[in-house]
Design a protein around this ligand. Structure first.
Ligand code: S3P
Length: 430
């Protein structure tokens, strides 16, 4: 299709931080304000669930500061209706942790077709160890889920995978438990919950090798805060790869969150010898933030990634698989089996869609091997309702010869409502 990308782009607020600001603001005492919140479908699902439990949250609109009147750790009301988490795994999983200790209240949670087929036992099981009562389809693994708030006890819980959703659900339950709780992760996952809970006044310690042991001592009330949400590096990732692979491109992506638990994509692009520069690095409300300049570079090197770096780039695997198609040689993505239980099976979907375009992709149980450097051709694509797939395929289609169409292209609204407008604006036809 062609068309280099040029100019400046400000990606929307970080999705993980937006969810947490809403959730922690809801259970704090006093007012919380959120500047730069992501006004997309997933955080809207979190806000709707909280409103259904009596939390006052002002409308979430682009450019407007959101205000939350916190109800305190035990102030959530029993909702009259089923809580609908939409497409959002973070909403369902973190809210499960929040509800487990809301004594004597009963809650039912559900979501869209994708979410109803994502595993929830990974949350229900550790919460049950703390005394939670969670049940659901298929022995508690799938929504609709039912939670009856109970008295929780602190525990030491080792998680089988490095997942910030599991960790954060346990930390939220721990705030309401009797006795301290320690979560031990096999590798450190994104640490936004730890940073933000500390800022809200929780008694939380991070220790162990590489921040893998997190302990919460309950009993402290959370106090409302002013949160500033940086741009989402997982949304910036589409422009980082596009700017690197599309000839003639030069982009500046402004105000991007650079938390080291999220910057795996930058490390990999640097290893590929992409032309990427971090500028104006600063600290904003407890998170590192900067602008990123990316300039097209010829002859990028293929790459190999494995389970070690995976938690730091788990959401960037779809766009990295596109990058691999345009580096001459074999790229290997391994240790990525978590990708199979995201909004779609992202390994299968990316392999299927890129193969349609003529890419050489081999799918393995835990990853993809991609032989890059062959021309891709435009075709009828389908995001299969996955936001990150939609945006990854959009970048691939610019590099393909001939035009492409995409079914379910509006899936991007889950995390980046203005993606297609930004793409149109940055694109200069040859
Ligand atoms: C998220 C954690 C990641 C990520 C998801 C958001 C979060 O999931 O894929 O998009 O906000 O905690 P896992 O923690 O399950 O890896």
């Amino acid at each position: 299709m062609g068309g280099k990308l040029n100019g400046k782009v400000k990606v929307p607020g970080d999705k993980s931080i937006s969810h947490r600001a809403l959730l922690f603001g809801a259970i704090a005492e006093g007012k919380t304000t959120i500047e730069g919140i992501l006004p997309s479908e997933d955080p809207l699902s979190t806000a709707e669930c909280l409103r259904a439990m009596g939390v006052k949250i002002s409308p979430i609109k682009k450019g407007e500061i959101v205000e939350i009147d916190g109800v305190g750790l035990n102030g959530l009301k029993e909702p009259e209706e089923i809580l609908n988490c939409g497409n959002s795994g973070t909403t369902m999983r973190l809210i499960l942790g929040l509800l487990a200790g809301q004594k004597n209240h009963h809650f039912i949670l559900t979501g869209d077709k994708s979410l109803r087929n994502r595993p929830m036992k990974r949350i229900g099981q550790p919460l049950t160890l703390m005394g939670a009562k969670v049940s659901g389809r298929s022995h508690g693994n799938y929504a609709p889920l039912s939670v009856t708030g109970n008295i929780l006890r602190g525990a030491v819980i080792g998680t089988p995978v490095a997942s910030a959703q599991i960790k954060s659900a346990i930390l939220l339950a721990a705030l309401n438990a009797e006795g301290s709780t320690t979560v031990i992760e096999p590798a450190q996952s994104r640490d936004h919950s730890e940073r933000m809970l500390k800022a809200f006044g929780a008694d939380l310690e991070v220790g162990g090798e590489m921040g893998r042991h997190i302990t919460v001592h309950p009993g402290k009330t959370l106090k409302g805060q002013s949160i500033v949400v940086p741009g989402d590096i997982s949304s910036a990732a589409f422009w980082l790869v596009a700017g690197s692979i599309i000839p003639g491109s030069e982009l500046i992506i402004e105000n991007v969150g650079l938390n080291p638990t999220r910057t795996g994509i930058i490390d990999v692009l640097k290893r590929m010898e992409a032309n990427i520069k971090l500028i104006n690095i600063r600290d904003v409300a407890g998170e590192p933030v900067g602008d990123i300049q990316v300039i097209y570079k010829k002859n990028l090197k293929p790459f190999e990634i494995n389970e070690e770096i995976m938690p730091r780039l788990v959401d960037e695997v779809p766009i990295l698989s596109v990058a691999a198609c345009f580096c001459k040689g074999i790229s290997k993505i391994q240790g990525a089996k978590e990708l199979r239980i995201k909004e779609t099976d992202r390994l299968e979907v990316m392999a299927r869609q890129l193969t349609k375009m003529g890419a050489k992709v081999d799918e393995h149980p835990d990853g993809l091997t991609i032989c890059g450097g062959n021309d891709l051709h435009g075709c009828e694509l389908d995001s299969e309702t996955d936001h990150r797939v939609a945006m990854s395929l959009a970048i691939a289609s610019i590099m393909a010869t001939g035009n492409s169409t995409m079914q379910n292209s509006n899936a991007s609204a889950v995390s980046y409502p203005e993606f297609w407008d930004d793409l149109e604006r940055l694109r200069k036809r040859k």
